[in-house]
Design a protein around this ligand. Structure first.
Ligand SMILES: [Zn+2]
Length: 390
């Protein structure tokens, strides 16, 4: 039982005090008034804030946030990538992120990491993973993706990911930053290819995510029925209206280009990544603000693992979301209840309420007032098990 804390429940509601959270067998079974809480061995959280474990909807456990994360992927043995991915997963959970969605790994290492954590070999977050993203030949991320051309091949590429055990399907709608020779403003997979891929995912009950920076690619992904737009650099009024209409999520990943643009060439980041990041940062921020004002559902995701965009805490991303217009409570909701909805896990994760998984964190201070308080972590539970107590 956890008592004495101020509770931020994940829904965006104001914090409440004087309630205790009862946890049994990994699940929150009751939230009761402190005075009515059963006596017994509990954790006293006076002066702290209790909230749902955070959810990072966009990570790459196989990238290490090096100045050029592509190089180790090419040069190091895959077994080493696997060991590193597992350590990054542990670091992530210990930083209060209890669920991640991995949107592109290497040789299905991230699926093996998911299993290692499920089997209890190491502490880590719940992992929802895409396996290989599906891109056009030579498309963005082709060095880790399954290249596919034409609707039939896109369909087969999705089937391969499902066969490998993917929880979600990632498709590449436009160019991006981390691949030389492609531009963020260029559309890539066609509407017909995306329709085929998404239909195949839906048949298997899987959700979909599109890497989408350019407006045409974003529009086509929405028309094809995508669940979430990743990055969404060049949004328009018309696009955000469609996203609202269809309930499409935006996962902005503000810190990904921001970290590259800030580190720059001085940090050893390849020139093509720096140039493209500097180009996308201003429209990216404007698009985030446009979507937020329009009421698009925004789920937090950092693209962790890209240059200088480190695994672990989600605070750098949430800080940027607050800097660019969200209230701290809105940013917390985007990383809890809304993120869970984006993953299709809104009935099980992302709230402090009876019936929800006991993925919980406690921090000193009040993050609803000051988002930075999320950095002062005192307790982390995954599935009701304490993995950090400070
Ligand atoms: Zn990514």
């Amino acid at each position: 039982m956890l008592s004495g804390a101020r509770i931020v429940d994940g829904t965006g509601a104001e914090p409440v005090r004087g309630r205790s959270v009862v946890v049994e067998k990994g699940v929150i079974t009751a939230v009761v008034e402190d005075a009515r809480a059963p006596r017994g061995n509990g954790v006293d959280l006076a002066g702290h804030t209790l909230l749902p474990g955070l959810i990072n909807c966009h990570v790459h456990l196989c990238f290490g946030a090096e100045a050029d994360p592509v190089r180790p992927m090419r040069e190091e043995p895959v077994a080493l990538t696997a060991i590193k991915a597992l350590l990054r997963a542990r670091e992530t959970a210990l930083a209060g992120v209890t669920t991640v969605r991995d949107l592109g790994g290497r040789e299905y290492v991230e699926l093996a990491a998911r299993r290692a954590i499920q089997e209890g070999l190491i502490d880590g977050p719940r992992i929802v993973a895409a396996g290989r993203p599906v891109c056009m030949t030579g498309g963005h991320g082709h060095w880790l993706a399954r290249e596919a051309d034409g609707p039939d091949d896109a369909r087969k590429a999705v089937r391969e990911q499902l066969k490998a055990g993917a929880d979600v399907i990632k498709i590449i709608a436009t160019g991006g930053v981390m691949t030389p020779g492609v531009e963020p403003g260029s559309p890539q997979l066609t509407l017909e290819e995306m329709r085929a891929a998404i239909e195949e995912a839906r048949k298997a009950g899987r959700r979909t995510a599109a890497h989408a920076m350019a407006a045409t690619g974003i529009s086509d992904a929405i028309a094809a029925g995508i669940t979430s737009i990743e990055h969404g650099v060049y949004l328009t009024e018309e696009i955000v209206a469609h996203m609202r209409r269809d309930g499409t999520f935006l996962v902005p990943t503000l810190n990904a280009p921001a970290a590259i643009a800030t580190g720059g060439l001085a940090a050893g980041i390849p020139e093509y990544m720096v140039r493209k990041s500097e180009q996308v940062v201003p429209p990216h921020v404007a698009s985030f603000q446009l979507a937020h004002r329009a009421g698009v559902r925004i789920a937090a995701g950092a693209d962790s693992g890209t240059p200088l965009n480190f695994h672990g805490s989600l605070l750098p991303e949430l800080t940027l979301m607050v800097k660019h217009g969200m209230t701290p409570l809105e940013a917390i909701r985007s990383a809890t209840a809304t993120a869970a909805d984006c993953l299709g896990l809104g009935q099980a994760l992302g709230r402090v309420a009876p019936g929800y998984a006991a993925d919980l964190i406690a921090v000193a201070g009040d993050p609803a007032e000051r988002i930075e308080a999320l950095g002062d972590l005192r307790l982390v539970l995954v599935n009701g098990r304490i993995i950090l107590r400070a």
